[in-house]
Design a protein. Structure first.
Lengths: 336, 396, 299
């Protein structure tokens, strides 16, 4: 796209998001969006960011990571910590307080930035040792890191410890969630069709051959981890500062990582469209199943597990496989 | 405008996204609910109760549910309130999880349109749900969450029991004065606000009375093996050990402590009151708890409650049940005085509560808590059953 | 000194639990190169099977060593069947897909057992009946219960038993052959499907025995109890050298001792992180494990 077209696209997207934000958060006139559904829409957005970023490591780079919850935790806690302890100062930079939309947005921007950086650092810490490990072992090491992060956070009273970060200030709104989701999608899609993406595809195909062909596997694998972790951190920051959704180490565990994996597996590992689809489906499905879960606690997760197993047996490539839904799809298909 | 083969791709894409968004928003929209005032002036009064009917805290949830149902039935049988309107009780299970508690209360308020919320027993879950009740201006009464932060969430949150700073004092006083303890060890559950708060309070009070408190040792809800931490405690030879968590762990801690040869008195708070405590078996002898009420109190109000409850549910009510019962009565009383179910009016009426209940005089103070005496009970295990035997009362 | 000895005993009892489960992990990985995430949950099912059997026999009121053994064997048999079923229904269809697919399937089975257990048994924890009355022996100021002793003895016995089976029986030979190269083993006339089923059955039975023994000394059981313990047992297997039987025992004991040592300090709440920290270190510096042999990958 030409730079001018890009600029127009960005401005239009921002305008649309702001408009939708106004509707979803505040309603218009006589109408409002049912708070329950608004919440689900917000959760879908957060999960899209998580799934799309995980897809970068697991799908595009072919590295099996089950530690995504750990990155979400690091980024989320760092972001929330900043807002809770320095939010007013940040809002003050714009000459206002946290209570106003502008002040909250400024705080949010800084908060997410810090979250992304913290999570990226964690991604670096995990990515480097992972270089030597393959398949199963890599999976277990990422799991290990994620659990260690969780246990450490559990022991920090300043961020709430076992109770969770209940002091969080709820500045997350529709705009930020979907702005970040769209950013994640754009970034990953651009990576996929770039040299970086080609390198990842080579690594995914056969790492040793790629190395032999001169692809710098080390650098690209670590980079993939770092970018993926950064977005997971952003998702964490958004999640933790959503109303009545405090970050809690008990929730940011192995099971959470698996939930994100199921999302991309369902959609199709390697497909960003698939990740979006999976995230949407698997945020709405558990909510739709909530009445069932009330009757039989745990049934929701049983269905998750069954979905996972059946997918692996009958359609391991998921719904979209490796295919993407792109502008091509909207073009007219000329019949031959 | 018409979409055709010649419409540029980006326009089509935009239309697609726009269409999808409008469709989903359309489904999600609704008319704004009327703010304030009774939306229904007649008919049933919907009140919601959330509790841990399953999971680690199942005993709490079941006791409070039974007692709540009993109290609601009594109010309804007596003709209801506000000119014959009856309570309709909706119960949600939070599975002993704080985020489920939050979503249960959200559902009760936004979907079921409850005008008051009852719950929860565990402070951690009350803390998760209280901000929601506060935001929607729906009064919430917790029957037995004792952590002081619960009512600090906002002016719509009330409780009908004492708070942990007092409970800690009570336990410390008993240990120093009655058990003549000079050195104490504390085991706390870092996952439960109740336990952490109670530990702080005990530590302060015990030290203030001149005793020595060893550094608290932590465990987590769900742990099963405490031998390592107990061995450390044992090596420091305390006179008493405070176990400030909930009953499932307390039972095992008692057993494993005795297996390690630790026979000093163990003390706990009201969190020990749960039927699974009986798994401590003989290890529970020589332990004491602080509690809200004693079932063997000869006062006719108490005995009447015990008899009615036992007849209906085939087991004796515990303190959790007694408090849940009182919570309903307090709510009914407040609504009657406010002559309305409107949130702000009920809130104001609740703030002035002063009635007599099963657990004593129920008077709300300025912080929306109650200052009530605590009882100390000795825990005994005989004939396969746990019994709490009244020992003494300690007044605020 | 007395405290140190006591803590060592505590650590060994804990370690024996991990060792029992690790042995099953290591066997299955050795033969199939599959991390059977569901193994920890079979351990949980063993505890529950024992719970229901013991209650049916009313052992809480009438403890008896003989019936306790019956209950244990019953639980082992039930879980052996479950293990075979899991392999047949979930793992065999994906055996020829990628390793990652198998791993995801294993995770799926694990979740299914955990949450299925919650649906069927309820999430509320239950307390295992005391099949054998607890007795504490005091040796030089150190307290050890008969249940802890039992677990340690059982782990050691199982280790020797497994070693015998794998190295001195025909089926053991078949297992080793399958673990070296499945395709060639098949060509050599070994019924690999049966060997694999046997491996699963054996591993699951061991996990079940572990579950019952543990439930005696840590009486609280709930459907999610296998998750953490299973993960740590897996770490123990890797620590000792995955695929190596004495390694699993060693790894289990080490993890148990380290965790207990940490619990004895002010950092007891970091306990869960110990196992994972150890795992990362081991995989970085000696991926084959303490007793493992490092192989070379042919490209």
């Amino acid at each position: 796209m030409r730079p001018r077209t890009k600029l127009i696209a960005i401005v239009v997207t921002m305008a649309v998001l702001l408009g939708l934000n106004q509707v979803v958060e505040y309603g218009f006139g006589e109408f409002q969006v049912n708070p329950y559904y608004a919440r689900i829409i917000n959760l879908v957005g957060i999960n899209i960011t998580l799934a799309v970023s995980l897809n970068l490591i697991n799908g595009l780079a072919g590295q099996f990571s089950i530690g995504h919850a750990g990155f979400m935790a690091v980024g989320g806690y760092a972001a929330t910590y900043l807002t809770v302890y320095h939010g007013q100062e940040l809002a003050g930079l714009a000459g206002t307080t946290l209570a106003t939309g502008l002040g909250a947005s400024v705080a949010m921007a800084f908060s997410l930035l810090v979250g992304a950086c913290a999570a990226a650092a964690a991604g670096l810490a995990v990515g480097i040792p992972s270089l030597r490990l393959k398949g199963d072992y890599l999976a277990i090491v990422t799991l290990g890191f994620s659990e260690i992060i969780r246990v450490v956070i559990l022991n920090i009273p300043a961020v709430g410890g076992a109770t969770g970060f209940t002091d969080a200030i709820p500045i997350t709104n529709f705009f930020w969630i979907f702005a970040m989701a769209i950013l994640a999608i754009v970034v990953v899609r651009n990576i996929a069709s770039s040299t970086f993406g080609r390198a990842l595809a080579a690594i995914r195909g056969d790492e040793i051959a790629a190395e032999a062909m001169g692809v710098r596997t080390t650098r690209y694998k670590v980079l993939a981890f770092v970018i993926s972790a950064a977005f997971a951190g952003v998702a964490g920051g958004l999640s933790g500062q959503l109303f009545a959704n405090p970050l809690n180490p008990q929730n940011l565990n192995f099971v959470k990582s698996i939930e994100v994996i199921v999302m991309i597996v369902l959609g199709g590992i390697g497909s960003t469209t698939g990740a979006v689809f999976g995230a949407t489906a698997l945020t709405i499905l558990p909510e739709a199943l909530r009445p069932v879960d009330r009757q039989f606690p745990g049934l929701r997760m049983v269905i998750y597990a069954l979905v996972l197993i059946l997918l692996m047996i009958f359609r391991p490539q998921g719904v979209f496989g490796r295919r993407e839904l792109g502008w091509q799809w909207l073009r007219v298909r000329r019949s031959r | 405008m018409s979409v055709s083969l010649t419409t540029p791709v980006w326009k089509r894409g935009l239309l697609f996204v726009a269409g999808a968004s409008i469709l989903s928003l359309g489904v999600a929209c609704e008319r704004r609910p009327a703010t304030g005032g009774d939306t229904a002036d007649t008919g049933e009064i919907v009140i919601g109760m959330y509790g841990s009917l399953t999971g680690d805290g199942a005993s709490f949830g079941q006791s409070s549910r039974e007692a709540t149902e009993l109290a609601v039935d009594e109010v309804n049988t007596a003709g209801g309130i506000l000119g014959g309107r009856k309570f309709k009780l909706l119960v949600e299970d939070d599975q002993s999880k704080p985020d489920e508690a939050a979503s249960a209360v959200t559902k009760l308020i936004t979907q079921d349109k409850a005008v008051a919320i009852l719950g929860e027993v565990a402070s951690r879950r009350s803390l998760a749900a209280a901000p929601i009740a506060q935001r929607y201006a729906v009064p919430m009464i917790t029957p037995s969450s004792t952590n002081e932060r619960v009512t600090e969430v906002g002016d719509y949150i009330f409780r009908v029991c004492f708070i942990d700073p007092f409970q800690g004092e009570v336990l410390a006083k008993f240990a120093v004065n009655d058990l003549k303890a000079k050195k104490a060890a504390v085991l706390k559950d870092i996952q439960q606000d109740y336990s952490v708060g109670l530990t702080d309070s005990i530590t302060r009070s015990f030290a203030a009375l001149g005793g020595q408190v060893l550094d608290p040792v932590s465990y987590s809800s769900g742990d099963g093996d405490f031998r390592a931490v107990l061995t450390q405690i044992r090596s420091q030879k305390p006179d008493v050990v405070f176990v400030t968590g909930y009953y499932p762990e307390a039972a095992i801690i008692a057993r494993q402590a005795r297996e390690l040869g630790m026979n000093m008195p163990l003390l706990g708070g009201d969190g020990w009151v749960g039927d699974a405590l009986q798994n401590g078996r003989e290890a529970l002898n020589n332990t004491y708890i602080s509690n809200h009420y004693s079932g063997d109190n000869p006062d006719p109000v108490v005995q009447n409650f015990v008899t009615t409850y036992t007849a209906r549910f085939k087991r004796e009510p515990d303190a959790i049940a007694a408090l849940a019962y009182d919570a309903v009565k307090v709510l009914a009383d407040a609504m009657t005085r406010a002559n309305s179910t409107d949130g702000p009016k009920v809130r104001d009426a609740l703030a002035k509560t002063d009635v007599a209940g099963v657990t004593g005089r129920l008077k709300i103070n300025a912080k929306r808590n109650m200052e009530k005496p605590a009882v100390i009970q000795e825990v005994t295990f005989k004939d396969g059953k746990v019994k709490f035997v009244y020992k003494t009362t300690i007044n605020p | 000194m007395q405290t140190f000895l006591q803590q060592t005993i505590n650590g060994l009892s804990l370690g024996a639990i991990y060792a029992l489960i690790a042995l099953g992990y290591t066997m299955v990985y050795g033969v199939l190169r599959l991390i059977n995430f569901a193994h920890g949950d079979v351990y949980m099912l063993g505890a529950f099977a024992g719970y229901f059997l013991a209650n049916a026999l009313q052992l809480d009121a009438n403890p008896s060593i003989l019936w306790a053994i019956v209950v244990t064997i019953g639980a082992m048999a039930i879980c052996a069947v479950i293990g075979i079923l899991i392999e047949r229904l979930a793992y065999r269809p994906v055996r020829h897909h990628s390793r990652l697919t198998s791993l995801i399937t294993a995770i799926g089975v694990s979740l299914l057992l955990e949450y299925g257990g919650q649906v069927v048994f309820g999430a509320t924890p239950r307390f295992f009946p005391q099949m054998i009355r607890s007795r504490t022996f005091v040796l030089g100021g150190v307290q050890i219960t008969n249940q802890s002793l039992l677990i340690i003895l059982l782990a050691v016995a199982v280790m020797f038993g497994l070693h015998f089976i794998v190295h001195r029986t025909k089926i053991g030979k078949a297992m080793r052959a399958t673990s070296y190269n499945l395709a060639v083993a098949k060509l050599m006339g070994i019924n690999t499907d049966r060997v694999i089923a046997f491996t699963f059955a054996l591993g699951s039975a061991l996990a079940a025995a572990g579950g019952v023994m543990v439930a005696l000394s840590i009486p609280r059981i709930d459907p999610l109890m296998g998750l953490m313990t299973g993960l740590k047992a897996f770490v123990a297997a890797v620590l000792g050298g995955i695929g190596n039987i004495p390694g699993a025992m060693l790894g289990g004991m080490l993890i148990g001792l380290m965790e207990t040592a940490l619990s004895a300090t002010a950092y007891s709440t970091y306990r869960d992180a110990v196992a994972f920290g150890v795992l990362i270190l081991i995989l970085l510096f000696r991926p084959a494990g303490i007793l493992g042999t490092s192989g070379t990958d042919k490209v």
